[in-house]
Ligand binder design. Sequence first.
Ligand code: CDP
Ligand code: CDP
Length: 226
Amino acid sequence: MKPIKIAIDGPAGAGKSTVAKRLAKELGYRYIDTGAMYRALTFKALKKKYNINDEESLKELLKKTNIEIRRNGCCENQIYLDNKNVTYEIRQPEVSNHVSIVAKSKQVRDYMLDLQRQMASQGGVVMDGRDIGSVVLPNAEVKFFLTASLEARAKRRQQELEKKGYYSDLETIAEEIALRDKIDQEREYSPLIQCPDAIYIDTSNYTIDEVVEILKKEIEKKLAEN
Ligand code: CDP
Ligand code: CDP
C-alpha cells in the first residue's frame, strides 16, 4: 500500500495523541505531535518572561527559537527546544493554561505550519492537532475528528496528571479544558473545526484499543473506496 497521510484533530483530552501514536506504530508511519510544538514555544515564553499577548514580543521569541521533533523509534516524539530536550516539561499545567493564547498568533501559526509541512513531506504520517485536516494537510487521504464529552475528557486528564504528581479537582480541570477549547475554536486563524470530510468519532465510551480498531477499519474502508 502506498504510504498515506492521516490527520487527527479534536479538542483536548479526546485521545488524539494516544491513538495517533498507536496507529503510527501499527502502520510503521511517523507520528507528529503538533501540540507539543506550540507547548514548547509557550514553555520558553513563560520561562523567559515574554509577553504572550504582544505580537512584537512573540516576533522576538520566534526569531530566537529553534523547535525540533526528534524521533525515538517510529512514534515517540522527543521535543527539543534550542537543542534541549523539553518533552516532559511542556506537559506542566502552567503551559497547558497559556498555550492557547500563544497559538492564536498568526505569525506563530505560520512558523509552525512551515515546520509541520516539512516534517510531513516524506512517507506515511499520522499527525494530530487542531488544524491538521483543515490547514496543515488539507490533502490528507484520511481525516478524523475525535472528541468525547467534557466530563470524560476531564476525568482522563485528571488521571493523567495524577500519574505525574499534579493534583487538581475535576471541576477545575473541566473549566480549564473548556476554556482552552473555546479559545482554540474561536480564534481567527486556523481555528479548531470539524472538516466536512473528517470522520467523526465520539470516544467517551471507548477504550484506547477500541478507538484504534475503529480508526483502522475506517482507514481500510476509505482506501478501498478510492
Ligand atoms: O494534548 P492536549 O490536548 O492537551 O493539547 P495539545 O495537542 O498538546 O495542544 C496544546 C495546544 O496547542 C492546543 O490547546 C492549541 O491551543 C494548540 N494547538 C494548535 O493550535 N494547533 C495544533 N495543530 C496543535 C495544538
Ligand atoms: O491528545 P489528546 O489531548 O486528544 O488526548 P490524549 O493525551 O491522547 O489522551 C488523554 C488521556 O486520556 C490519556 O491519558 C489517555 O490514556 C486517555 N484515554 C483514555 O482513557 N481513553 C481513550 N479512549 C483515549 C484516551
